[in-house]
Design a binder for this molecule. Structure first.
Ligand SMILES: C[S@@+](CC[C@H](N)C(=O)[O-])C[C@H]1O[C@@H](n2cnc3c(N)ncnc32)[C@H](O)[C@@H]1O
Length: 235
């Protein structure tokens, strides 16, 4: 692992441990407050399904996967949740129990890069603010292809990915290295998605420019990002 990757992983690890320790799922003012709207909007597409196989890459403590499992609580539903961090998987399983969906939630402590997505296996694959943390652009592209092949007919992919991220010290204005392993220009990110999921029914494609402060080691960073959202269904 090169030095830059090690540094980013360590800083990510620390900030996620902090939030996963301090904030309670669905009962906080942080981003763990509720599942994202894009995921909530996808649920009706599976209304007629008796059985559902879901994959959540970089699941965290289950903000989106527990919600999906709850929506399909009366059916055969399995959500495979992959996350690098031990505390994420531990809290995910605790949250699953608390929300009575432990039979549906599988916690897998592994990196997204290492987790092999079986061909033709899932009905729904989501990766929310996670794929930009894959180790290299090449693995990122490979994972997109695996997602494409891992979805069954009528399967849905839902991706939310940061792009063109810039960070600067909020006090001094000094530009610092953006703490994102894969930091693609927005146009290139959109091009990748268009190319890999060519021929699919694109249900949503959006880009939102956002700016917020986040704590980094020893300083607060002002982060600007173009968040790309992409939802498509396999024809
Ligand atoms: C910003 S959080 C988003 C969590 C969740 N998707 C959500 O929307 O609440 C990113 C998560 O991805 C995990 N992560 C980061 N890099 C990863 C990697 N290479 N493989 C697996 N998980 C990773 C982190 O541990 C963290 O839990």
């Amino acid at each position: 692992m090169d030095e830059r990757l090690k540094r980013i992983r360590e800083s990510e690890r620390k900030s996620h441990i902090e939030i996963y320790t301090d904030e309670k799922l669905y009962a906080t003012d942080s981003w763990l407050k509720k599942p994202i709207k894009t995921v909530r909007d996808i649920i009706p597409l599976f209304e007629d399904y008796r059985s559902l196989r879901v994959l959540d890459l970089g699941s965290g403590v289950g903000r989106n996967s527990i919600y999906v499992a709850e929506c399909f609580g009366d059916r055969d539903c399995r959500v495979d949740c992959v996350d690098l961090l031990e505390i994420a998987i531990q809290k995910l399983l605790e949250n699953a129990k608390e929300h009575n969906v432990e039979a549906s939630i599988m916690g897998i402590q592994q990196s997204i890069e290492e987790y092999t997505i079986g061909a033709d296996y899932y009905d729904f694959i989501m990766a929310i603010s996670a794929l930009e943390h894959i180790d290299t652009e090449e693995s990122f592209r490979k994972k997109l292809l695996e997602i494409r092949n891992g979805l069954r007919e009528k399967g849905v992919v839902c991706l939310v990915v940061n792009s063109e991220v810039r960070e600067k010290n909020a006090d001094t204005g000094e530009v610092v290295d953006a703490q994102f392993e894969v930091n693609l220009p927005t146009a290139k990110m959109q091009e990748y998605l268009k190319e890999v999921f060519k021929g699919w029914d694109v249900l949503k494609t959006a880009m939102s420019a956002q700016e917020y402060d986040i704590p980094r080691e020893g300083f607060v960073s002002r982060l600007s990002t173009n968040v790309v959202t992409f939802v498509a269904r396999k024809e």
